[in-house]
Design a protein around this ligand. Structure first.
Ligand code: TNX
Length: 523
């Protein structure tokens, strides 16, 4: 029989046409509700078609789905803007808000990012109120196919999806990661790949730490030497680099297509040596310091007593705001050890008003807490002692928090003593430590309602390549993603380590470097 021969040929090639489908309950981050229907299996074939609501955002998601599935399956997977079923199997993406067509009623409260996924023997259907919800349904669908779906080249296997229904939506609206492109500079392509990694795990914000002592990484037309001079250095003496405005726009649009919002950070008033190298008039002593290639912190600052400093801030934040479609501007504020007391809070209050003048909302490290509250202000908490009355007080005055506890969420911390790169000032962070905490109750006196979400920062003093980035992200980034997305009731270390284990082969197939953490039962 031709079918038997295909099975034999596939076995010989190491493929398995008889493998059972992935289990419906192995998705990371864990969905809100999963109801398996073990009797039903959908099998993707060369005749499968993709159908989508006639809506530009939904169409973009359908094209994204086709682009994800075509390389490994080798199937044509035509996409059509109609909800009518195809001749054989159909993958249907339905925007519930779209008027025409046979629209299955979604539950009333999928919200801005939720989706419903139904897999039957004849159809895979994703329904959502928004294109973002459809996008997340597609990321789930991808995880329900065999790991071979991550292959960049065609594989012969049985492209089975497990039957059942998933109803899903996030716990927190802000789920992010930070990449420090200042300590070491990373090419646009590397940043785009990091965005792809975020999207897989339903993270929706990328915070770019664009400026620090060792380098200034974004072109600013009104102060051109920031990038040209201040960008030409990095930790260890390498050449550094910077993003042109066109580069930055490429990052913005790649992110937007993956429903990721960019959060640019211009770190002020400290962490500014690179800016002072370029423009000594911003320095307190008006002397150009040498470029800095070490890893100390807290020594540099822009002159808070000079009006030129505020012109510089307004120009820079104005240009960065104009390039950034998202609602946030991050102004740093950490470790400005030489700007103290009222001088610091006055500086921050002026910087916050400059942000507000650009139409964006202020995000800053939690050192901003003592400054006056401004509408919409968000503090990013990176402490290690959850008893932080100053932050709790800022929350009482109206601030919301992004949780990045140094001893749980810092991706630059070593996994173990023998991890070849990374720091240990906040302790060692193995996968369990990254996973076992609750953003909703972590900081004393801060209610869950004040928590906007979570972010996992990657500082790059010792991270010099995309391989290093991936090694520090995987497998901890999915742990943080689950804290941001999944309902607290789903939190379960024993279950998480089993589910995560199945992702190892996906990463290997996709060419993603990861740490084979000993506490995960990798297959
Ligand atoms: C502290 S966390 C910093 C960074 C360093 C990091 C290294 C924070 C807001 N500031 O400047 O890169 O430690 O882990």
């Amino acid at each position: 029989e031709a079918g038997d021969l295909a099975v034999l040929a596939a076995r010989a090639a190491g493929d398995d046409l008889l493998a059972p489908p992935v289990r419906l309950d192995t998705v990371v981050p864990a969905p809100e509700r999963v109801e398996a229907d073990p009797g039903a299996t959908f099998v993707l074939t060369g005749d499968t078609a993709i159908r989508v609501s006639a809506h530009p955002g939904a169409r973009e998601v359908a094209d994204h789905l086709a682009a994800l599935l075509r390389p490994a399956t080798g199937f044509p997977l035509p996409v059509a803007d109609t909800l009518e079923a195809g001749p054989t199997g159909t993958l249907t993406l339905t925007l519930a808000a779209t008027p025409a067509g046979p629209v299955p009623a979604p539950p009333a409260d999928l919200g801005a990012e939720g989706y419903r996924l139904d897999v039957t023997a004849t159809e895979v259907r994703v329904v959502a109120d928004t294109a973002t919800g459809l996008f997340y349904g597609v990321q789930t669908l991808r995880q329900l196919l065999p790991a071979a779906v991550e292959s960049p080249t065609p594989v012969t296997t049985r492209w089975a999806l497990p039957g059942g229904t998933i109803l899903d939506r996030p716990r927190f609206p802000y789920r992010g990661a930070m990449l420090d492109v200042a300590r070491h500079f990373f090419a646009v392509e590397d940043v785009l790949r990091v965005i792809d990694h975020l999207a897989r795990y339903k993270l929706n914000h990328l915070h770019l730490h664009l400026t620090d002592d060792q380098g200034w990484r974004i072109a600013v037309d009104s102060w051109p030497k920031l990038a040209d001079v201040g960008g030409a250095s990095e930790v260890g003496g390498g050449p550094g680099g910077h993003y042109t405005k066109a580069d930055y726009r490429r990052i913005v649009s790649h992110a937007a297509a993956r429903h990721v919002t960019l959060v640019p950070e211009i770190d002020l008033p400290g962490h500014t040596n690179a800016a002072l190298v370029a423009y000594p008039q911003l320095a307190p002593d008006k002397l150009a310091p040498p470029p800095y290639t070490g890893t100390e912190v807290g020594f540099s600052y822009v002159d808070p007593a000079d009006e030129q400093t505020y012109d510089f801030i307004a120009d820079v934040l104005g240009e960065v705001a104009a390039l950034t479609p998202g609602p946030w501007l991050h102004i740093g504020g950490d470790e400005a050890f030489k700007v103290k007391g009222a001088v610091y809070t006055d500086f921050v209050e002026r910087a916050q008003r400059i942000v507000a003048d650009t139409g964006k909302a202020v995000v800053g490290w939690h050192q901003l807490a003592p400054a006056a509250h401004l509408d919409g202000r968000v503090l990013q908490w990176w402490g290690t002692d959850a008893d932080d009355p100053t932050t709790a007080d800022a929350v009482r005055r109206g601030a919301r928090l992004i949780l990045s506890p140094g001893n749980h969420a810092y991706l630059d911390m070593k996994y173990a003593e023998d991890t070849p790169i990374g720091h240990d000032w906040a302790g060692l962070i193995d996968v369990r430590r990254a996973y076992d905490w609750d953003p909703g109750t972590h900081v004393a006196g801060v209610p869950t309602t004040a928590v906007l979400g979570v972010e996992a920062p990657l500082w790059t003093e010792s991270v010099t390549s995309l391989t290093d980035i991936e090694f520090m992200l995987f497998p901890r980034l999915p742990a943080i993603a689950e804290l941001g997305w999944s309902p607290r009731a789903a939190h379960d270390w024993a279950g998480f380590r089993e589910r995560l284990a199945g992702h190892g082969p996906r990463w290997s197939t996709a060419g993603i470097t990861f740490h084979r953490a000993p506490e995960i039962p990798w297959p």
